[in-house]
Design a protein around this ligand. Structure first.
Ligand SMILES: Cc1cc2nc3c(=O)[nH]c(=O)nc-3n(C[C@H](O)[C@H](O)[C@H](O)COP(=O)(O)OP(=O)(O)OC[C@H]3O[C@@H](n4cnc5c(N)ncnc54)[C@H](O)[C@@H]3O)c2cc1C
Length: 576
């Protein structure tokens, strides 16, 4: 039976109350975190997986394409570039191998929340079928390594190396790339593939450096301390700060392994069912070549409304459409609440685990073992009701005047959300730092190109479409970038740079498609809405839909001459 509108209005009012509570505690927005992990915090950034840094001479050669970062963005685009005949490709990566997210995030339980046959890219090309319906971290990491091997990307790759600056030299038609290893590499094309969630962040908690026990960030898991199977935690009291997507995956394993586990929560995640199963070998055997490409193409059109749905939508006013979407969203979130009540035995804990916000305000989570973990006698949820932990002593966190003494403190506090796809200094044609260009608002074409920065491409940044399956989006961007580079090479052009007009068009498209409701502002603070910070209207995703984004990309490429300025080839060498 349909519920009265007052039911939904009442829940919306509670959503607003919970959001305001959190904004009141942390009005400083994203500044409540730090990702500058140096000084007393430097140990939280150390790579525990790469081993000793091997010494090498500084590199001063020239390559055709250089990727900053070695995750899926770099791998996908490199594969396409290889298919187009580009031989000279270098990946420069802070970590000790390719993989990006899946190199760094090796915490117990790490897995992807998107169906493996959709998330893992280049399955046709590698003739690989994932082992399970949902891929686990090690399988994804191994897949990244297989891509690098297949496309011969290890040959020129440089690991344990962080790019510190990228400067355009017009007279040479080359970028100069400096690193923390004293390199001055040159490249004709630079692709910023440095990830949207790759810089670990910590909450600025008073006393963090005074803690005397062991501690690490989830993306730097110390297996030497925990044991590979976590068996060394048997006699340890463990605390984990944060209840986002990472903690949801790690908590069940910690709960089973530790003597005692405290989970410190500010805002609960929404946890839905995760049904997983091994891939059916009979199904896998019957897959015809090109099956993943067809699956992706089908998914793209499946997102479109049928003519009947479009006709039904057309009859509704804008307000009615918003209301019906919001009511459906609230119904979903109330099902999440009912699920918690049916699993978690202690009523106070169950109530504390209930998320009071619209679906997709925070990164949605899917897990079958997270909620049952709270039924174990050795697990305690420390719910701070929006406040968060504000103090850590030598013994551990303090909340509401209670000291929680722990042996191990794990920070599941996530990553800096990268607004622009850039971290290092990027100096363009006129000597302007890209961060300074963006200081009055982001300006890009498709979130990929930005005028005045020739031959520079940005992946996974803002002003691009958002997809829950990020590799769908990255694949689209990689295909586009490879096509642009191939076009410039075929035509004998040295540089490709978007026209200011094309850039202005796209900025306006982004502004015109900021989304149909005020939900972002109405959401509880989290990384999806920059912790509630006010944003300039163009500093976000393009929300016109993935299919539309994809179509715009193709249109831009159809009219290369209108959308880009090209310059003729200058004499330069490419070693490598
Ligand atoms: C824990 C976790 C779970 C996730 N789960 C999902 C999921 O379920 N579904 C989904 O679609 N997406 C998920 N994601 C998002 C995931 O990041 C993307 O799917 C994808 O892997 C991003 O690839 P990328 O290459 O763009 O970035 P990354 O994988 O982040 O790679 C970027 C690399 O750049 C390197 N780098 C950065 N700056 C520099 C520099 N200056 N010099 C040298 N190297 C640099 C970093 O070390 C990093 O290795 C998850 C992310 C995290 C953190």
């Amino acid at each position: 039976m349909a519920k009265p509108q007052e039911y939904y209005d009442h829940i919306k009012a509670k959503f607003a109350e919970e959001r305001d509570l959190r904004l009141g505690y942390r009005p400083e927005g994203t500044r409540q975190f730090t990702s500058e992990l140096n000084g007393g915090l430097a140990s939280y950034a150390v790579d525990p997986y790469a081993g000793e840094q091997t010494s090498r001479e500084p590199i001063e050669d020239t390559v055709e394409c250089l990727f900053i970062g070695g995750g899926f963005s770099a791998l996908l685009t490199s594969a396409r570039l290889r298919e187009k005949g580009v031989e000279s490709i270098r990946i420069v990566e802070r970590g000790g191998d390719v993989g990006g997210t899946w190199y760094w995030n090796r915490y117990p339980g790490a897995a992807c929340d998107v169906v493996a046959y959709d998330y893992l890219p280049l399955l046709d090309e590698l003739d690989y079928v994932p082992k399970d319906h949902y891929a686990k971290g090690p399988e994804i990491f191994a897949h990244c390594q297989s891509i690098a091997e297949k496309y011969d990307l290890y040959k020129l790759a440089v690991f344990q190396t962080t790019v510190t600056s990228t400067v355009w030299h017009a007279e040479e038609g080359l970028w100069h790339i400096s690193t923390d290893r004293g390199d001055t590499m040159k490249a004709r094309f630079v692709i910023c593939a440095n990830g949207t969630l790759s810089k670990p962040k910590l909450a600025k908690i008073h006393g963090i450096e005074s803690f005397q026990g062991h501690s690490f960030h989830t993306s730097r898991w110390d297996y030497a301390y925990t044991g590979n199977d976590l068996s060394k935690l048997r006699d340890k009291v463990v605390g984990i700060i944060g209840t986002g997507a990472t903690a949801v995956q790690a908590v069940p394993q910690l709960a089973a392994a530790a003597k005692q586990l405290y989970v410190f929560q500010r805002t609960p995640s929404s946890i839905d069912v995760r049904d997983d199963w091994p891939t059916d070998p009979n199904w896998a055997r019957k897959l015809a070549p090109g099956w993943q490409a067809k699956r992706r193409a089908r998914a793209l059109t499946a997102r479109e409304l049928t003519p009947e749905q479009q006709a039904a939508q057309a009859k509704l006013s804008r307000e009615e459409k918003i209301q019906s979407q919001e009511n459906a969203n609230i119904d979903y979130m109330m099902r999440i609440h009912t699920r918690i009540d049916s699993i978690v035995q202690d009523q106070a804990t169950a109530d504390a685990l209930k998320p009071w916000y619209m679906f997709m305000c925070k990164r949605p989570c899917f897990h079958n073992d997270y909620l049952p973990a709270y039924n174990r006698p050795n697990v305690e949820l420390v719910d701070t009701h929006g406040q968060g932990i504000n103090e850590i002593t030598a013994q551990g966190p303090v909340f509401a005047d209670k000291q929680y003494a722990v042996d191990l403190l794990i920070y599941a506090t996530g990553f800096e959300v990268q607004k622009t796809g850039i971290y290092n200094q990027i100096i363009g044609e006129s000597g302007l730092d890209l961060n300074d260009k963006y200081s009055t608002g982001m300006r890009t074409l498709l979130g990929i190109h930005t005028s005045g920065y020739p031959n520079l491409f940005i992946m996974g940044g803002y002003q691009a479409s958002f997809q829950f399956n990020l590799t769908d989006m990255l694949q689209t961007q990689g295909d586009h970038i490879a096509a642009c580079i191939a076009y410039a090479r075929e035509q004998g052009y040295q540089t490709i740079d978007p026209t200011p007009e094309a850039e202005a068009w796209w900025v306006q498209e982004v502004i015109d498609h900021r989304g149909k409701t005020g939900r972002n502002q109405e959401c509880t603070p989290g990384y999806y809405n920059f912790e509630g910070e006010e944003q300039r209207r163009q500093d976000g995703n393009y929300n016109g839909g993935f299919r539309q984004y994809f179509t715009h990309m193709a249109e831009v490429r159809e009219k290369m001459g209108d959308n880009f300025v090209f310059t003729q080839k200058v004499a330069s060498t490419t070693d490598g």
